[in-house]
Design a protein around this ligand. Structure first.
Ligand code: F0G
Length: 437
């Protein structure tokens, strides 16, 4: 049934393909694929938003998922058997210390790290693995800097599908690897960075023996776009002036762009937020491309470098979709330094929220945008935190003990460091520590 309503369409040459055609890019021109409705439908926005709200109190697993709750916008028949871990429904936090740090009166953080495996990947993976089952795939696989791997491993286990993940050896945080191992994935560590892993997995999936679920797969984007729906709902369908997110392989920014575009087209919102993507300065091919007004060929970064290992990516596959999201919303693409990421991360922690390093590019970026006058004091701003604080505790411990060193060997100052304090077990010495400022 969904096949009649939806299709896959190339964003470059507009070639159309049925949904059950197992493709990752256009078979004519290699362009990225969108999943679109064959024709627009009229929507009663008031009753649809009311239906979505009431589903939250239902006991149906699909209604309790923050992704499948919005299934009127997902390319599946209503009775599809979903592979879900109760993803989505993540908090939107008020973050006064982070706001202060950015010199804003208010800042809200949408914490995607509160998903079942601790990152935003789950919102896309529930849909991609559901589609894998629909297609009768026997093996699912991805390349990953760690979070996609953890997420796929979990959803594949739920679907009882064998799964392989390809990761850059020695470059993935132990927490993320531990998740993938525990969920039973075949973990292949290869020599080379994420971009090498991505090339290998794309080649591996060409003969159809494995189903690829990196964000080049348009079904991943369908799941991730629902975060825009959830965010708009949390803001009572008022759109923030600015939405800021980290950029690595650029699936997330592509998905937010698509989500807000669909909300606008259907009349659920009346404008788009300005989407800004923030990259680490040492892994910023998209920022470089965007800054070059000639918009010539996209040049990959051969040796991406950042301690924010989740976004250590030099050849982002989804850049054309991300470019569309940024351009059509009047947003931008900027970079932040390793020191700025580390400090912003510690400040987000002080709000009692915390996140992994890649996510902190957002608050670091917002601070910069405010000081450059791009974000005005009276504008509303939401930052998307993509991963949980516990995803990379080595980084946290090193920052707080002043031993974090950037990839170019520059020491990172622990400007907001909070050292552990060694003390004797005597009440007097503990009291003296507690009373010290
Ligand atoms: N933040 C975190 C925590 C991530 O894990 C990633 C990507 C990003 C941001 C960037 O998102 O790629 O959609 O632009 N991690 C991927 C992975 C690449 O394999 O886990 P993006």
């Amino acid at each position: 049934m969904s096949d009649r309503i939806y299709l896959q369409r190339c964003i470059a040459c507009h070639a159309e393909f049925d949904l059950d055609k197992r493709l990752y890019v256009c078979s004519h021109c290699d362009g990225l694929l969108d999943i679109d409705r064959r024709e627009e439908i009229a929507i009663d926005t008031a009753s649809l938003s009311e239906l979505w709200r009431t589903r939250k109190s239902s006991l149906d697993a699909r209604d309790r998922s923050g992704v499948w709750r919005f299934r009127e916008f997902l390319p599946f028949a209503d009775d599809v058997e979903v592979v879900s871990l109760g993803e989505g429904n993540t908090p939107l936090y008020d973050a006064p210390r982070s706001a202060d740090y950015c010199r804003l009166p208010q800042l809200e953080l949408k914490h995607q790290g509160c998903n079942p495996t601790g990152s935003f990947k789950d919102t896309g993976m529930t849909v991609a693995v559901t589609q894998a089952r629909q297609l009768g795939a026997h093996f699912v696989a991805c390349a990953s800097t760690g979070n996609t791997a953890a997420s796929l491993a979990a959803y594949a286990a739920r679907a009882d599908l064998p799964c392989a993940i390809i990761v850059p050896g020695g470059q993935v945080s132990h927490a993320k690897l531990a998740q993938a191992l525990d969920y039973g994935a075949k973990v292949l560590e290869i020599e080379g960075n994420f971009d090498v892993c991505m090339n290998v997995i794309r080649e591996l999936s060409e003969d159809g023996s494995v189903y690829l679920v990196n964000s080049i797969n348009p079904f991943r984007i369908e799941g991730q776009k629902t975060v825009a729906f959830e965010l708009a709902e949390q803001l009572e369908w008022r759109v923030p002036d600015h939405l800021v997110m980290p950029g690595g392989n650029l699936g997330n920014s592509s998905a937010f762009g698509k989500g807000f575009r669909e909300l606008l087209q259907s009349g659920l919102i009346d404008r788009m937020p300005r989407i800004t993507v923030v990259q680490a300065a040492g892994a910023a091919p998209f920022a470089r491309y965007y800054a070059d007004d000639s918009h010539g060929a996209f040049v990959n970064e051969q040796h991406p470098k950042t301690l924010a290992s989740a976004i250590k990516i030099g050849a982002p596959v989804s850049w054309p979709k991300a470019l569309r999201a940024v351009s059509e919303t009047g947003g931008g693409v900027i970079t932040v330094t390793e020191q700025e990421i580390a400090d912003a991360k510690a400040v987000i922690g002080r709000d009692g929220i915390g996140c992994e390093p890649a996510s902190a590019t957002t608050v670091a970026g917002i601070r910069k945008l405010v000081s450059d006058g791009v974000i005005k004091e009276n504008e509303s701003v939401v930052a998307v935190l993509t991963g949980h604080l516990l995803k990379d505790t080595d980084y946290v411990m090193q920052y707080h003990s002043n031993s974090l060193v950037a990839p170019d060997n520059t020491p990172i100052a622990g400007n907001f460091a909070n050292h552990p304090i060694k003390t004797s077990a005597s009440i007097d010495s503990i009291k003296s520590v507690l009373s010290a400022s």
